[in-house]
Design a binder for this molecule. Structure first.
Ligand code: C2E
Ligand code: MG
Ligand code: MG
Ligand code: MG
Length: 288
C-alpha cells in the first residue's frame, strides 16, 4: 500500500480530507514548496459581454500541478491553505501573477483592454497588510486602465463584516474593482450586501440549473435589483445557448461558463484576445 505513493508515477488526485491526517500534513508541506518549485499557475476563463459575445475579461483560476498527485483541484488545496498561514502567500502570488499578466497584455494588445478578476479569500482580506500588498503589486505592475479586479464570496465577507468593509473601501480607492462572488449561496440579502462597496455581482452557477419553475423570475429580480444598486452582473456557470439567450434578454451584463470556454493558459488567452472575434454569436447578426 505504502508503495503506491512512493514512486514517481502520477496518481489520480485523492481528496485530501478523506485521506489520513498525516497525508494532509504531507500535502500542506508540498504546498509550502509549490510556489518556489513553480507548480502554481493561473488559468483564465473568458467573461463575455452578454449582448455582443465580445471578450470583456477573464477570471484567473489557480492550478497546482503536483508532480505525483497530478492536478490538485483548487477547492481542495485552497481549503488546506486557508487552514494555515499559507493562503496569504498563495493569494499574494496569484495577485502578483495576474497583475503581471495584465500588464503584459496591455503592452502587447493596447487597443484591446480586458480585465482580470482574481479570487481572494477572507483570510487574505483580514491580514493587516492586505491593502499594502495590493498597492505594492500595482506599483510593480502599473495598470493603465485600472483593470485588476478582485472577487470575494459572500460567506467569507460575513466572517468579519465591519473590518471587511473598511479593507474593501481602501482597496477600491486604489482603483481595483470589486466583485461579489457566488451570490445566492449564502443567506444575505442584496440590501445587506449593498453596505459593501462592490461594483460587480456574480450570480452563482447553481442558479443555472433548471430546478424550479421560479428560476427565471428569481434571476430577473436579482439582475434588476443589482442594477438598481448600481452593480453590473456576471452570470456564472452559463453552459448552453438557452441560458445565454435567456440571460441576455434579462439584461445580465456579462456571462461566464463553459459556453465561454474552459479556463485557458495565458498564451491561449492572448491568442483569443488578439482574434477579436465574439465567442458566441452576436444577437444582431443572428437576427439579420
Ligand atoms: P469560483 O471562483 O466560483 O470559480 C468558478 C469555478 O467554476 C471554477 O472552478 C470554474 O472552472 C468552474 N466553472 C466555470 N464555468 C463553469 C460551468 O459552466 N459549469 C460548471 N459546472 N463549472 C464551471 P475551479 O477552477 O475548480 O475553482 C473552484 C473554486 O476555487 C473557485 O470558485 C474559487 O472559489 C476557488 N479558487 C480558484 N482559484 C483561486 C485563487 O486563486 N484564490 C482563491 N482564494 N480561491 C480560488
Ligand atoms: Mg470566483
Ligand atoms: Mg464563482
Ligand atoms: Mg465558487
Amino acid at each position: 500500500q505504502a508503495k503506491r505513493f512512493g514512486g514517481d508515477r502520477v496518481e489520480p488526485f485523492r481528496p485530501a480530507f478523506r485521506d489520513g491526517g498525516s497525508n494532509i500534513v504531507q500535502i500542506e508541506a508540498d504546498l509550502h514548496r509549490a510556489i518556489e518549485r513553480d507548480q502554481i499557475s493561473l488559468v483564465y476563463q473568458p467573461i463575455i459581454a452578454a449582448k455582443t459575445g465580445d471578450i470583456a475579461g477573464f477570471e484567473a483560476l489557480m492550478r497546482w500541478h503536483h508532480p505525483r498527485r497530478g492536478d490538485v483541484p483548487p477547492t481542495e488545496f485552497i481549503a488546506i491553505a486557508e487552514r494555515s498561514e499559507l493562503i496569504g502567500e498563495l493569494g499574494a502570488h496569484a495577485l502578483e501573477m495576474a497583475a503581471a499578466q495584465l500588464m503584459e497584455w496591455e503592452t502587447a494588445l493596447p487597443e484591446m483592454p480586458v480585465f482580470v478578476s482574481v479570487n481572494v479569500s477572507a483570510q487574505q482580506l483580514v491580514r493587516r497588510d492586505f491593502t499594502n500588498l495590493v498597492s505594492g503589486i500595482l506599483a510593480r505592475h502599473p495598470q493603465r486602465t485600472h483593470t485588476l479586479r478582485i472577487e470575494i464570496t459572500e460567506t467569507s465577507l460575513m466572517q468579519n463584516p465591519e473590518q471587511n468593509v473598511r479593507v474593501l473601501e481602501r482597496v477600491k480607492a486604489l482603483g481595483v474593482k470589486l466583485a461579489l462572488d457566488d451570490f445566492g449561496t449564502g443567506y444575505s440579502s442584496l440590501s445587506y450586501l449593498s453596505r459593501f462597496p462592490f461594483d460587480v455581482l456574480k450570480i452563482d452557477r447553481s442558479f443555472m440549473r433548471p430546478i424550479s419553475s421560479g428560476r427565471d423570475a428569481l434571476l430577473r429580480s436579482i439582475i434588476d435589483m443589482a442594477h438598481a444598486l448600481g452593480l453590473s452582473v456576471v452570470a456564472e456557470g452559463v453552459e448552453d445557448e438557452d441560458d445565454r439567450s435567456v440571460l441576455a434578454e434579462m439584461g445580465a451584463d456579462y456571462l461566464q461558463g463553459f459556453i465561454t470556454g474552459q479556463p485557458l493558459t495565458p498564451e491561449d488567452a492572448a491568442t483569443l484576445i488578439a482574434q477579436r472575434n465574439p465567442i458566441v454569436a452576436r444577437e444582431e447578426q443572428a437576427a439579420e
